[in-house]
Design a protein around this ligand. Structure first.
Ligand SMILES: Cc1cc2nc3c(=O)[nH]c(=O)nc-3n(C[C@H](O)[C@H](O)[C@H](O)COP(=O)(O)O)c2cc1C
Length: 185
């Protein structure tokens, strides 16, 4: 068997019980053997400040190194006020520097938004599609996935209980695996 591709799954919410975190863990369980998912939370990433570029904080360097060591990136994010949460934008800003040396460059990228509401965080996903192209790798275009009504999808322990969602997540992660393999050829 060939070595699996390492996927950094970046979670756009800091909330302990975040649906985004639960979805990330569900993907990790459903992923085919060709992928190894590493769920990454953003609690420890300090604010981007261009003044610190000459001597970056250890947490920036660790985050950049983690991304550089990954073969692909998957964002799982909620929508805050019709965009992405500030913590996710901050992490992307940190990853994007130094100028021209973004740690995301060339990494095949997936975007999964979610919301307890009816629109599935589609605006957050669209904003990611706007800001990533210059600093990232190719973004998978199909299947699109905006997970609406996510509020009743998990039990207290964070296990996926909404059976109608399972095949949706499975189809996405299988498609992502196949697409990454294509990109890496
Ligand atoms: C500051 C803030 C802004 C929000 N804005 C939106 C929004 O624009 N669209 C939406 O569908 N939900 C919005 N919500 C509701 C979130 O979708 C909901 O809190 C969700 O559970 C957050 O994701 P998480 O479970 O991954 O933490 C907002 C929540 C907060 C706290």
């Amino acid at each position: 068997m060939t070595t699996p591709y390492n996927v950094a799954v970046i979670v756009g919410s800091l909330r302990k019980q975040a649906f985004s975190l639960r979805i990330a863990h569900a993907f990790a369980k459903l992923a085919p053997a060709s992928l190894k998912l590493n769920v990454v939370t953003l609690h420890d990433i300090s604010f981007f400040n261009q003044d610190l570029e000459a001597s970056p904080p250890a947490d920036w360097l660790a985050f950049r190194a983690l991304l550089q060591a990954s073969d692909a990136v998957l964002y799982v994010t909620p929508e805050y006020n019709r965009s992405i949460p500030g913590v996710l934008k901050n992490a992307i800003d940190v990853a994007s520097r130094p100028y021209g040396k973004s740690s995301l460059l060339g990494k095949p990228t997936g975007i999964v938004s979610n919301s307890p509401g009816p629109l599935g965080g589609v605006s957050a996903a669209k904003h990611l599609q706007q800001i990533l192209p210059g600093i990232s790798g190719p973004i998978m275009q199909q299947p699109e996935i905006y997970l609406n009504a996510i509020g009743d999808a998990f039990d207290e322990a964070g296990e996926l209980t909404k059976e109608s969602l399972r095949p949706v997540l499975q189809q996405y992660i299988d498609a992502f695996a196949a697409w990454i393999a294509q990109q890496k050829k």
